[in-house]
Design a protein around this ligand. Sequence first.
Ligand SMILES: O=C(O)CCC(=O)C(=O)O
Ligand SMILES: [Fe+2]
Length: 389
Amino acid sequence: MQQQHQQHNNNNNNKQTLASFSSRELREKYEIPGVFLIENFVTREEEREFIEANNNNDNNTKKKKNEEEEGETSSRENGEKDYFKSGWKSLSKRRVRHYGKKFDYDTRDAANDAEEKIPELLDVDVRKRLEALVSVVADAESTTTEEKGGEEKSSNDFSFTRQNANDDAWTEDERRQISEAIQKVIAFDQVTVNEYPPGCGIAPHVDTHSAFTGTILSLSLGDRCVMEFRHPNHPNEEGYSTSPTESATAARRSGNETMIFPHRALELPRRSLLILTDFARFNRQHYIPKRKSDPMIDGTRRTRTETRYSFTIRQTLHTTNDSENNNNNNDDEREENGGGKQNPPRSCDCPYPLFCDVKDGPFSKIISRKKKNNLQEQQQQQRGFSCER
Ligand SMILES: O=C(O)CCC(=O)C(=O)O
Ligand SMILES: [Fe+2]
């Protein structure tokens, strides 16, 4: 297995060693601007290896943290205890761990405080696959199927061609969007791993505009899930749990849906890569409802049985203590003064003010942090976004 990986990493022609990427019938069913889903982004073996690489890191981190930070756990809030022992942080019923840059849940920002290095396997493989995706998209753009022969033909494993007559291949415009989106995150320096036991979810949020570039990636491993997207003013009457079927129906009914949709759901298969860019990244909240089972597009329900791991892959824009404090791990200071490190001026050139913390949008951080935390807690309790077993 190790050897296979070595080969994989040494192989200059990424395409030869990659799983196939294919598209889904996304356009008709979901039509979420700025959402792209790449199925089979990693192989089954890589899925297992990524999960292992992440979990195996526990031992190293535990040792390092114990050596470096002995005695510090007592001053941290309860939920963070195991984080400082093992690299994981408990948030309600879900666990998270951050690589590259630490993620601060108070400010929803990435700090320069280096947390743990991104595991090499993940770092190398994901970058290779992203590069391959870009080249597949470029190939599809510049070469017709007829032109591809012999050796080149093998790259068709990764083409975005659908099997049936109703052509679902990415359009030229979509390929361009995918390519541009990947360029915005190809130099990623922050990875957050979320571990969701069955029944757990994540509350509605927009990844902070000023903290990360215009593309957020999420790799789903271990289990699939249904992710929902919404405008906060348009919850559905069931309390934010529109099924994919309902979303699709609502989308079809609405005449003006292409750019403004209130609420949609999207199934994320395991081993798929979700690309959130532009409208979907900046202008709609995404979340995973806590529930025991998910409504499927065919009207059935699927019980959640497995633990899902998501790897959120992001490229930071700038970080809280940008220059000289690279090794400053003292986030007790942050907690004491309410998240109070002075942030450098922020910038965001998105055209979507709604959630933009730089443009002081109505759903950005205009509420004081404390109030916002209380509000979020209340909302989570009301809607039960933590876990259901
Ligand atoms: O679990 C996921 O796919 C999404 C995670 C997420 O939204 C985040 O880490 O910001
Ligand atoms: Fe997110």
